[in-house]
Design a protein around this ligand. Structure first.
Ligand code: HEC
Length: 472
């Protein structure tokens, strides 16, 4: 039995056990819900019912997927199937992510924009009128809780959970299934398994660090600057370390996974339990420990600042000048800071205040990143001997066409990657600027330097392009 089989087996067992437990819990709560007028228990029963079905669904999908995989492994269908898994998961990840971040932005906006001056009733903290989609909306926020908790209370949580679940699956499909090609840096000695261990370990270790810090007084609003500095330094340190072992893109994505996991954990372990405690206390007429709610609110405040950096990391994949830079961890730190700064401006602005400095500073940071990542102008690149096209063609054939051709020869990348082919001289000339960017400036091609391109070859390509990319 291989390691993958053991892992799949364990996950399937956990899911089946969870599904069984949840359906038991559902029965217990629906019985209680019948006895008393407890809508709360009914809500719980519904919630457990959904959980149970989802866990069953995941177990069946995993088992089915494994059986199908056994049939197609080694055939051209394998790569095709992986691509479609990537597509579906990425799509879902974005859909859930948009819903989650959208709801999060919306509620921060509500909180910031409430009219707190003359609430119509004493029990209210504030209210807000809005117009959207051809209708008027009127919202009220309670100081604590309404006299009677309504039967139907909408909870925002599945967006967060499913963003995390789809993101984790995506990480596995894209970076762990083909760890040699995608996860590991081309010059590292460690094995695929060790690489995966480092990736997963970094995510969970960072979560522990963040959780431990969040339990201290550092979480309080007055200590926010210190919390921010400590977390920032910690995360930049982790980024630096990951860049040493991982392929640049994989290191970036892991930073996104680390922050995304902190965000999802804030929802799962802190925010939702606090809300449950609040609803429960209101139902039972007990006093609610407001400290719990306050701390949950502070955590949710962190999530708000994580959003823009995490969104950048999600799209960073497309921008080799960022992850392909020699000091890519510095680039990431600068762009993330700028993103958090812009989010801060946004928050302050929604409260009706204007912070004059934060946007110009954020823009300056982005301009700095633009400058920092700019290619060094190499004026004498073309000054040497004229590079004959035949030489360029030979380099491209050996180093690039395995993955960029009508007839790829690579074992993993079986179709022309990125839709780019270098079969004909015209195709090579057409892509000269991208070749310069990927193979010379950022050295992000060949992918993982799988075809072992040398620096001399990169310089030859550079010279040929500087000399006008002639077909002679
Ligand atoms: C081992 C496989 C592999 C090899 C070899 C390889 N590439 Fe790629 N290439 C990829 C993959 C995967 C993508 C899509 C992801 C991306 O854009 O980074 C890609 C995308 C590209 C793109 C399209 C995206 C863009 O930036 O415009 C260009 C251009 C490119 N490669 C150039 C090259 C050049 C030049 C070489 C040879 C020096 C090369 N590649 C060798 C795997 C490879």
């Amino acid at each position: 039995m291989s390691l993958a089989e053991i892992v799949i087996g364990i996950i399937v067992c956990i899911c089946l056990f969870g599904a069984w437990m949840s359906s038991k819990m559902k029965k217990i709560y629906s019985l209680q819900g019948n006895n008393e007028n407890s809508e709360w228990d009914k809500d719980h029963a519904i919630s457990f019912g959904i959980t149970s079905k989802w866990l069953l669904f995941i177990a069946i999908t995993l088992l089915g997927g494994y059986i199908v995989y056994q049939k197609i492994a080694g055939t051209p269908l394998e790569g095709h199937t992986l691509e479609w898994m990537d597509l579906i998961l990425r799509w879902l990840h974005i859909i859930f992510g948009i819903s989650w971040i959208g709801a999060s932005f919306y509620f921060v906006f509500l909180e910031n924009s409430l009219d707190r001056n003359n609430p119509p009733r004493n029990e209210l903290a504030g209210n807000l009128w809005a117009v959207h989609g051809g209708g008027f909306y009127y919202l009220e926020k309670y100081k604590v809780a309404p006299q009677k908790i309504p039967a139907h209370l909408h909870w925002f949580k599945y967006e967060a959970y499913f963003t995390w679940v789809t993101g984790t699956c995506l990480l596995a499909v894209v970076y762990y299934f083909n760890a040699e090609s995608f996860l590991l840096s081309s010059d590292t000695e460690i094995s695929a398994l060790a690489g995966i261990g480092i990736g997963v370990g970094a995510i969970f270790f960072s979560l522990m660090v963040y959780t431990a810090l969040s339990k201290t007084a550092l979480l309080e609003p007055k200590n926010r600057p210190y919390f921010f500095i400590i977390m920032f330094v910690y995360l930049v340190g982790v980024a630096y370390l990951l860049m040493q072992v991982f392929a640049p893109r994989a290191a970036y994505i892991h930073m996104g996974a680390i922050m995304g996991t902190m965000m999802a954990a804030n929802v799962f372990f802190v925010i939702i339990p606090a809300q449950k405690a609040m609803v429960f206390a209101a139902k039972e007429g007990k006093t609610y420990d407001t400290e719990i709610g306050k701390r949950a609110g502070w955590r949710s405040y962190h999530n708000n600042y994580f959003t823009l950096p995490v969104l950048f990391i999600m799209i960073s994949n497309h921008f080799p000048t960022t992850f392909g830079h020699e000091y890519n961890w510095v680039v990431l730190a600068i762009i993330s800071l700028a993103g958090a700064g812009i989010k801060h401006f946004h928050n302050v602005w929604e409260r009706g205040e204007i912070n004059k400095w934060i946007v110009p500073i954020s823009i300056l940071m982005l301009l700095f990143a633009f400058w920092f990542t700019a290619p060094e102008s190499n004026n004498d690149a073309g000054s040497g001997d004229a590079v004959p096209f035949a030489k360029v063609k030979a380099i491209m054939n050996q180093r690039c066409t395995p993955c960029h051709s009508e007839y790829n020869s690579d074992d993993v990348f079986i179709t022309a990657q990125g839709g780019v082919k270098f079969d004909t001289p015209e195709e090579i000339v057409k892509f000269k600027d991208r070749i310069l960017n990927r193979a010379v400036i950022t050295k992000s091609m060949p992918q993982g330097n799988k075809t072992e391109m040398t620096d001399e070859e990169r310089s030859l390509l550079e010279a040929w392009i500087a000399q006008g990319a002639q077909l002679k």
